[in-house]
Design a binder for this molecule. Structure first.
Ligand code: NAD
Length: 463
């Protein structure tokens, strides 16, 4: 099928490259010229395991192109994905201005044939109808221009050529760090629309993924497809992220109680996670959730509830527990080191989770800011950030190029991101390089006994 993906960030580029990989003809549009130049050369502007490989093979097979030209993409695609960012406004609402600009642009360039416009961006409930309205506005503006130019005959003749389209909500559930894997092995695909024709086209588009033709385990039953109305599909995305964020806040609350009563939250999580109604995932206590999705999506859902006169108590509690959790590493540092002014703290990891280069709303940023405010010198090592230009965008932190240089002269280390390679560092050597070998394990990721044997004073979260 002919596909256009507008916005080539974590979601858009992965979606475009995976759809090209399974045989569709994809044009990816982005208004960032630098990004488009990189992608044309086969380079992914973001770090995502496996992405460069499938991009390069799709370029070679001629199944993918990159452009800044919205008109070329819209003309090409029978399915048009909107995959631009919806960052949070200071009020907590989603900033939908990029979606609006794209919807208007689609309207301005829509041509004769039937098209499906897909909201892949996470957008507030009701946005499907809103996008339809903006696209119609874009079409109307172009009609006015055409009529004014007089080249297409009477306004009636122009209006009769109005393009046909439907809007579908197809929320994305991929996880940064395993986005390509998740796209080929989704737990479900959600399609929201009242148009049977649009749903049929979306099912055709996703058929190879639904039938697990590109899955790691093709013998699994086919991927469930949830077909529903626009608003329910939009709500599914928010509810999923709000549930996961709440689950983490729940275990963090339990961890804080464990700390006080002398229980071990890792044992508690194991014990409750074995209950099939609860499950093990998202029960790792730590220094709080972050990233580009959970904080903004939970805030947006709270805001939507507020708009309808409903106070979302549980979601507000999940957010406030998370805010408190973000300061727990500092509390633990103060318990061990007492005065932080004039001390040096090293952060192991900067990204909001492993296997990504995404720093949006990463707990490390809070930590750096708060430690700086307390007069503490902050150093950091991160497997991705330390090796890339990302380090230049950070302030208040000295980014080191390896873990031993990080340890050198530190009064404590804080493990912020659970990168796999942090399991196997030479902690014995690192301990000898530090002023005082203290490890605050902000993800309960390391083995306390091993760290103690290596010479560290080990402090976990709720254990
Ligand atoms: P991103 O910020 O990484 O990428 C957005 C891209 O859109 C950028 O490349 C930007 O240059 C481009 N863009 C902005 N305005 C444009 C325009 N007018 N025309 C063309 N391109 C334009 O965003 P992301 O992380 O991929 O997220 C996209 C959406 O998907 C958001 O709504 C997000 O909430 C949702 N989502 C993200 C994730 C995730 O893990 N990142 C997961 C699920 C859903």
């Amino acid at each position: 099928m002919r596909v256009c993906v507008i916005g080539t960030g974590y979601v858009g580029l992965v979606t475009g490259a995976c759809l090209a990989h399974i045989g569709h003809h994809v044009i990816c549009v982005d208004n960032n010229e630098e990004k488009v130049k990189l992608m044309k050369a086969g380079q992914a502007p973001i770090f995502e395991p496996g992405l460069s490989e499938i991009m390069q093979s799709a370029i070679q097979s001629g199944n993918i192109e990159f452009t800044t030209d919205m008109s070329a993409g819209v003309t090409h695609g029978e399915i048009l994905f909107i995959a631009v960012g919806t960052p949070p406004l200071p009020t907590g609402e989603s900033d939908t201005r990029y979606v609006e600009a794209v919807a208007r642009g689609i309207g301005a360039h829509l041509n004769g044939g039937y098209k499906v416009i897909v909201n892949k961006s996470t957008v507030p409930i009701g946005s499907g109808d809103w996008v339809r309205m903006i696209v119609l506005d874009g079409i109307a503006e172009r009609q006015k221009v055409l009529v004014a130019a007089g080249g297409t005959g009477s306004s009636q003749a122009v209006v009769e050529k109005l393009p046909l389209f439907d809007v579908v909500s197809n929320p994305e559930f991929l996880r940064e760090g395993s986005a390509v894997y998740d796209t080929f092995n989704p737990d479900r695909i959600v399609l929201g629309s009242n148009s049977p024709k649009a749903i049929a086209m979306m099912k055709e588009l996703y058929a190879p993924i639904v039938e697990r033709k590109f899955a790691t385990d093709p013998s699994l039953p086919s991927v469930p497809v949830v077909v529903t109305d626009l608003s329910s599909a939009e709500m599914i995305k928010y509810a999923a992220n709000a549930f996961l964020a709440t689950k983490i806040s729940f275990i963090n609350e339990v961890a804080n109680i464990c700390d006080r009563v002398g229980a071990d939250v890792t044992q508690v999580a194991k014990g409750i996670g074995l209950d099939s109604r609860i499950g093990h995932k998202f029960l790792q206590a730590g220094i709080g959730w972050g990233g580009s999705c959970f904080p903004k999506d939970v805030s947006a859902l709270i805001h939507t509830a507020d708009d309808y006169g409903y106070e979302a108590h549980l979601l507000k509690a999940a957010v406030s527990i998370n805010q408190r959790q973000r300061s727990i590493a500092i509390e633990k540092l103060q318990q061990v080191l007492k005065i932080l002014k004039g001390k040096t703290v090293g952060l192991l990891g900067l990204t909001f989770k492993p296997d990504t280069d995404d720093m949006r709303d990463a707990p490390a940023l809070n930590l750096i800011e708060n430690l700086n405010r307390l007069g503490t010198k902050v150093k950091a090592y991160d497997p991705i950030v330390s090796q890339s230009g990302l380090r230049d965008g950070l302030s208040g932190v000295l980014v080191e190029t390896d873990p031993e240089r990080l340890a050198d002269g530190c009064d404590a280390l804080v493990l912020v991101t659970d990168w796999q390679q942090f399991r196997h560092l030479d902690y014995r050597k690192m301990a000898t390089l530090m002023n005082s070998p203290v490890m605050i394990d902000g993800r309960n990721f390391l083995n306390p006994q091993e760290l103690q044997l290596a010479g560290f004073y080990y402090v976990g979260i709720g254990r």
